[in-house]
Design a protein. Structure first.
Ligand code: 5GP
Length: 226
């Protein structure tokens, strides 16, 4: 493989199903790896250090930040630090491996400033409407009502920025969302390998047409008609 890998950024409100979609995708896709984020938040039951996240102390995070080791970082939900280490990603991309990660909107912005499209490709995984999202938050359990409301407020803020993404994937059925991301990756890989630029352009054009209809429905569901 001579072309460099592509960095796929998957954003969208928490509980939009990003974790399940990425898990299924990663089980199937070849030459695609997940970036493991660093976070200062505590592990949830069932989460393992080095697999789900790198769970670091605030001091360690701040020290590596000072050393310039993060490609991006953000405070998410006004509380915890999350970030992407520069070293492991750059090494794998140079080897032609594609990387995918779950990231928040602030992270997307920072990565894109340093690695603009098509080196990085930003995908917004759109959740259903706010009520369904709140139900999903609740069914996960383990969080106070205040924390849930904070998540909903973050979700609404993120939804307002869907226009900034390269692709919009509607996440009602996991399987379809996974297939759409696979198709996006095929098209973007073809472009980066210089094989079929036309195919990539066609995929993006088709996506743009679908996207217009979807975005309208989406904005209505979320009451964001600005
Ligand atoms: P959670 O705590 O529910 O696992 O994740 C909270 C949020 O942090 C999610 O929206 C997720 O996309 C975001 N996130 C996870 N890793 C990173 C990261 O490395 N950088 C940034 N900016 N956000 C991240």
């Amino acid at each position: 493989m001579s072309a460099k890998g592509i960095f796929f950024l998957v954003a969208g409100p928490t509980a939009a199903g990003k974790t399940s979609v990425l898990k299924t995708l990663l089980e199937r896709a070849k030459g695609l790896e997940k970036d493991i984020s660093v976070t200062t938040r505590a592990p949830r039951p069932g989460e393992a250090d080095g697999r789900d996240y790198r769970f670091w102390t605030r001091e360690r995070f701040e020290q590596r930040l000072k050393q310039g080791d993060f490609l991006e970082h953000a405070v998410v939900h006004g509380m915890d630090f999350y970030g992407t280490l520069r070293g492991p990603i750059e090494a794998r991309l140079d080897q032609g491996v594609d990387i995918i990660k779950d990231i928040d909107v602030q992270g997307v912005e920072q990565v894109r400033a340093k690695m603009p499209y098509p080196r990085s490709v930003a995908i917004f995984l759109a959740p259903p409407g706010p009520l369904e999202l709140l139900d999903r938050f609740r069914s996960r359990g383990g969080e106070t009502e205040e924390a849930l409301q904070r998540r909903l407020a973050s979700a609404t803020k993120e939804v307002r920025r869907i226009g900034e993404y390269d692709y919009l994937v509607w996440n009602e059925v996991i399987e379809s969302a996974v297939e759409e991301i696979e198709a996006i990756r095929r098209a973007e890989r073809a472009r980066s390998e210089g094989r079929t630029q036309d195919a990539a352009d066609a995929a993006r054009t088709a996506d743009a047409a679908r996207r217009e209809r979807r975005e309208a429905a989406f904005r209505k569901a979320w009451h964001v008609d600005d």
